[in-house]
Design a protein. Structure first.
Length: 230
């Protein structure tokens, strides 16, 4: 029992318990390209709704929720990205780090919905739920492979940029990245040090994602050093 002078609050409990509201709002915004679209130019709610092809029923609440979460700005009815979302969640920027959120939305969010079952049975709730191998299941699905590789880029973006900028690359001519996923580290190094020749090694299932990622950045920036997979 609380004493007469002790004030109890359920706010913290409800914030955690209903935290998925905020999480899913952001994940859906990434999936719908809200931040990428606003990076082209700010818009009113109606303009943004039309550009995204959304139903009018709940979009105003959706956009305003993103404002309340600190993911968007709204000035005189015009929505725009924050500096952070404009930098990290615009898919057309090399700094895009939303791959992890894309995977969280498509794979991890549903898995966590089965947490109670996992605790009761001890069984995995991911792709291995039916008894298969987790990585084998992903590598057999081209869409899942790309999604997983893109998530690895989202996780590693900060460290890849730091390595590319702070390591004394001027002392070297070649480099190789072991376990490169879709090639984020080689790309970040090549973009900043065009005297280098390098690449990355990865399982064969990752090669299409690797080549597409490298080609997209090479075309966008004109970097002279194009990593290759082996």
């Amino acid at each position: 029992m609380a004493s007469e002078t002790e004030v109890l609050s359920r706010e913290g409990i409800f914030q955690v318990g209903l935290g998925f509201w905020a999480s899913k709002t952001l994940l859906s915004a990434v999936e719908l390209d809200v931040f990428t679209e606003l990076a082209k130019r700010p818009a009113t709610g109606e303009e943004l709704r039309v550009r995204l092809g959304l139903h009018p029923r709940a979009t105003r609440d959706f956009f305003d929720a993103l404002v309340a979460l600190g993911m968007l700005r709204r000035d005189d009815g015009i929505y725009s990205n924050t500096p952070e979302t404009g930098f990290f969640l615009d898919k057309n920027k090399p700094s895009y780090s939303g791959g992890l959120l894309e995977m969280a939305n498509a794979r991890l969010y549903p898995f966590w919905g089965s947490l109670t079952e996992g605790l009761q049975t001890g069984h995995p709730q991911n792709e291995a739920k039916s008894g298969g191998n987790f990585f084998a299941a992903i590598y057999q699905d081209p869409v899942a492979v790309r999604q997983f590789a893109h998530a690895m880029t989202g996780i590693s973006m900060g460290s890849a940029i730091a390595i590319a900028e702070q390591f004394p690359w001027q002392k070297y001519k070649t480099f190789i990245d072991l376990g490169t996923a879709e090639g984020n580290l080689p790309v970040q190094v090549a973009l900043r040090h065009q005297h280098l020749t390098g690449g990355g090694t990865e399982l064969p299932a990752l090669e299409p994602a690797f080549r597409d990622f490298v080609s997209a950045h090479a075309c966008r920036t004109g970097c002279a050093s194009t990593p290759t997979t082996s």
